[in-house]
Structures are given as structure tokens and as C-alpha cells.
Ligand binder design. Sequence first.
Ligand SMILES: Nc1ncnc2c1ncn2[C@@H]1O[C@H](COP(=O)(O)OP(=O)(O)O)[C@@H](O)[C@H]1O
Ligand SMILES: [Mg+2]
Length: 289
Amino acid sequence: MNAAVKEEASGPSTNSSQITGEGSTQSSAVGMGRPTDPSLLDTTHGVILYLESINVSFDGFKAINNLNLTIDRGELRCVIGPNGAGKTTMMDVITGKTRPDNGTAFFGQTIDLTKLSEAEIAHIGIGRKFQKPTVFEQLSVFENLELAMKMDKGVWASLRAKLSGEQRDKIAANLKLIQLEDQAHRPAGLLSHGQKQWLEIGMLLMQEPQLLLLDEPAAGMTDAETERSGELFLSLAGQYTLVVVEHDMEFIKQISSKVTCLHEGSVLAEGTLDQVQNDERVIEVYLGR
Ligand SMILES: Nc1ncnc2c1ncn2[C@@H]1O[C@H](COP(=O)(O)OP(=O)(O)O)[C@@H](O)[C@H]1O
Ligand SMILES: [Mg+2]
């Protein structure tokens, strides 16, 4: 995203300072993708993400230790675990930000994630949302979604290009989904923290990802916003696959179908929230007595 912004902002009649995203030093959650060709992704056995024996070490410290994880297409998976368990590093491996030392990582049956760059992984349909929203504050909510849809064109070309009816419909549908219809023409900078997070999810959805990775999406939200986020994720599951890292157990209770608890870079327990919450080892290392 930033490359596109820079490229366009160097044009003669533009003011680059007006269009810098908030978290411009962070990799964009929107990615540089265009819509994924769904035929690329082969999930004939129902599995969208397959990690086997993944290892990541930093200066000899094993952040990820023989990690195995299978996510089915359409799932809404919660990942919990103490700080330092390797949750974010796992997302870094899936998105190509960090290369595993060894192990297998497949997207569908055929796409070997360890052979692709971060940009290529975004292109093929894995979207990631970081904790800090990276929306364009000066642009309206509508324009942010419009831009996310046409990111490959660059900011100014995108906003000048006329929208097709189909594209308008797509933006309208996403505005409804993220419940920002009545905010569509307000600058994104005026939204609440929670609304910015939803806008960023809407921006990710404009790219039509197959798999969405959300790292602590409810952090900093009010209780009402957290609950609304839970409803949003539930409404996305099925059509999309979501992997959500969260600490808020109430939130997990609201949305969870299956929960994975990581500890020291490996899966400690996996199952329903009840099963995981009652697991002695999970109580020991994470939930406390
Ligand atoms: N780039 C890095 N360099 C060195 N150590 C790192 C790096 N990234 C993560 N770690 C370490 O790896 C472990 C797992 O971190 P992380 O994946 O962020 O955990 P979590 O998201 O579960 O809190 C931590 O001990 C962290 O300090
Ligand atoms: Mg983390």
C-alpha cells in the first residue's frame, strides 16, 4: 500500500501529507493484492491451512517448536495462550513475514507458503489484520473501501477511476457488513477505535481473501464494540475462514467453535472452549487457578 501511495503522491497536483495511513511504518493489512482467483485454491479435503512440524528460532530461542495446526475451510478458530507463546510468530510464518527454519506450510492442497514472498501470499488470498488500524484518516469510509478494492492502481488513479455498478454494490455490501453505512462519507479519522478496526476488516474483505488472520482484534475496544466484533466474525465465518488470536475469554465464548491453546511454540490443547478451559495444563500455564 505504501509503495502505491508514494508512487501516486509524487504526481504534480497531490499533497502527499494528506494521505498517509496511520501505521505507515507497519506492513499494510490491506496488502497489495487484487482479488484472488478462487480456482487457485484447492480445498478438496476441506483443509485450508496445514502446518506441520514448523520451527522458528531467534538466536537459538525456539519461538515456534514443532507446531502442527490444521484449519478447515470456513472455520472460525480462536488461538489463545500466554504472552510469548508464539501466536504472532505463527501468523508471521503463515503470511511469509518470517521464514520457518523447517516444516511444512500449505494453503489448500497445493500452495506451499514457504516458497512464496509476503506480497505473493497476500495476493493469493491470505489477509492479515494487525492490532493498530491502518486506515487512511483523511479519506472517507467509502473511499477507504474503494481504495482497498483497487489498490493495484494507486491512490489517485483509484479515486479518479469511475466505479462500476458491481463495484458500488460490493462496497455497499461491505459497509453493511461492518455496520458503517451511516458513516460512509465521514473521514475515517473521526471514527471510534472500534469502528476503525471494522473499517480495516472491511478493507481486507474488499480484496476477497480466503483466509483472514486477526491478531487481538478486540484489544482496546469497549465491551459493546467487542460484542459487535464477535457478531461480525460469526457472520463472516463460513464464507471466509478466520483465525483469531484473543485474550478476552468472554469474547472467545461468544464466537468460539474450536479453540487452540499455544504454549512455548507448540499446541498445548485443542478442542471446544469447555475442553480447553478444563485442561489441567491450560489452567496451569494460562488461565490460572
Ligand atoms: N523478531 C524476533 N526476534 C527475537 N525474538 C522474537 C522475535 N519475535 C518474537 N520473538 C520471541 O518469540 C517468542 C514468541 O513471541 P510472539 O510470537 O510474539 O508471542 P505471542 O504473540 O504469543 O505473545 C517471544 O519470546 C518473543 O520474545
Ligand atoms: Mg502476539
